[in-house]
Design a protein around this ligand. Structure first.
Ligand code: AMP
Length: 401
């Protein structure tokens, strides 16, 4: 079965075409600047040359049409006809409490995703645009949605509720939902497979640290706590997001600086984190360069980032009464040996012992970076959210047959 995976943003659309007989990627690509005058389609067919096309793409419907044209193009394509695509899988950020796993798209499912616009105003509307566009361009082809929040629906009430008036949960669904669920699920399962141990027996802390960052405590294969909350702002210090702070800061700063709701929102989501403390960049590569050069602002940003990450790991070890495996993944987790080293340096009380040489090796494969004596296995596992979506789509469509 050939499965097309689509990840729609407000002005972008990422895609990957899988052949599920061997889970190989036939092509992948990205449409950027949708709705602007010069949109860019970058297409990477496996085994063929990469191609970039600039044209006017005003909405997601045209974006999908262009992608399908590219996938069937005689020169750059990988398909004879669009009819070869037997299912489409979509990434949806917020599934609220309604979705505990991936599901087949129906009218009711789309209505529910729309009802959740309030909780994910930036992310769920483009997902609906992507689904509608795919339905229009591939009529009759089954569509599946996978939710970033679904994996965390196993969290207990004592974990997901905030200690605020309960009426806010009842009326407005204010609770913790988490994010990056497909990534945390994928790397926790991959960790158990790599170690050849049953996931049911393992306490795993998965550190998805990229531009956005979250940690999950995975006990027996289930998410029991995660660091993002009602929105992706809670938790770790990130590239441009603050992560945890005293909530009173919001009203205090709004009052002092006469900020509006959207201004304070933008301050915490787009102008905080590494960017705010370094004053120069949200990218961990730049922060590390500055830290190595002895720049005081980058050094402070690096130290705060590492400290907050380490505190979270400690709290999740406490939440699970121990930890067997720590997994690093995503942009920083997979690539920054120095972040991993500094974090692990101060986890010796848990019995973590890092092999500094193994930690420095660069590879796209899952790997162990702890010593044989380490009480906790420390692994680097490249995440693959698209593959999780493709697998779910394949499974659900097969079950429906
Ligand atoms: P992601 O959101 O998972 O794509 O991660 C993107 C982030 O990963 C970038 O903003 C960088 O901060 C970080 N990153 C990528 N490569 C490296 C690297 N070699 N060293 C440190 N950080 C990196």
């Amino acid at each position: 079965m050939k499965v097309l995976v689509i990840n729609s943003g407000s002005s972008s659309l990422k895609y990957q075409l899988y052949d599920m007989t061997d889970e190989s990627v036939l092509a992948k690509g990205l449409v950027e600047r949708i709705g602007m005058d010069s949109s860019i389609l970058n297409h990477k067919p496996t085994g063929k040359e990469e191609v970039t096309e600039v044209s006017e793409i005003l909405e997601h419907n045209t974006a999908i049409r262009k992608v399908l044209d590219m996938l069937t193009d005689p020169e750059h394509g990988v398909l004879e006809s669009v009819g070869e695509i037997q299912a489409v899988g979509h990434r949806v950020v917020h599934g609220g409490e309604a979705f505990k796993g991936s599901v087949l798209v129906t009218g009711e499912v789309k209505s529910e995703i729309r009802r959740l616009f309030d909780l994910a105003p930036l992310h769920n509307p483009p997902a609906i645009m992507g689904i509608t566009a795919a339905e229009r361009n591939m009529p009759g082809v089954p569509q599946v949605v996978a939710f970033d929040t679904a994996f965390h629906q196993t969290m207990d009430e004592k974990v997901y509720l905030y200690p605020i008036p309960k009426v806010l949960y009842k009326k407005h669904h204010v609770r913790r939902y988490g994010a990056h669920g497909t990534s945390h699920e994928y790397v926790s399962k991959a960790a158990a497979e790599y170690l050849d141990r049953p996931i049911e027996d393992l306490k795993i802390i998965t550190c998805h640290i990229g531009n956005g960052a979250s940690l999950t405590a995975v006990k027996g294969g289930k998410s029991v706590d995660t660091s993002m909350g009602l929105t992706p702002l809670e938790g770790l210090m990130m590239g441009t997001r603050s992560g945890d702070l005293d909530p009173a800061i919001v009203t205090f700063v709004m009052n002092k600086e006469e900020l509006s709701l959207s201004e304070v929102n933008s301050m915490l989501n787009k102008h905080s984190g590494l960017l705010a403390i370094s004053g120069s960049s949200s990218d961990m590569r730049d922060i590390t360069d500055g830290w190595e050069a002895g720049e005081p602002n980058e050094t402070l940003a690096f130290e705060m980032y590492e400290y907050r990450l380490r505190k979270y790991i400690g709290s999740y070890a406490a939440a699970m009464n121990g930890v067997d495996v720590i997994v690093f993944t995503a942009g920083v987790g997979e690539n920054s040996a120095i972040v991993r080293e500094k974090v692990c340096q101060n986890l010796t009380y848990l019995g973590v012992e890092l092999d500094k040489e193994l930690n420095k090796i660069r590879s796209g494969d899952p790997r162990r970076i702890s010593t044989p004596n380490s009480k906790v296995e420390v692994l680097v596992i490249p995440t693959n959210e698209e593959l999780v979506i493709a697998r779910d789509t394949h499974r659900i469509v097969q079950e429906e047959k």
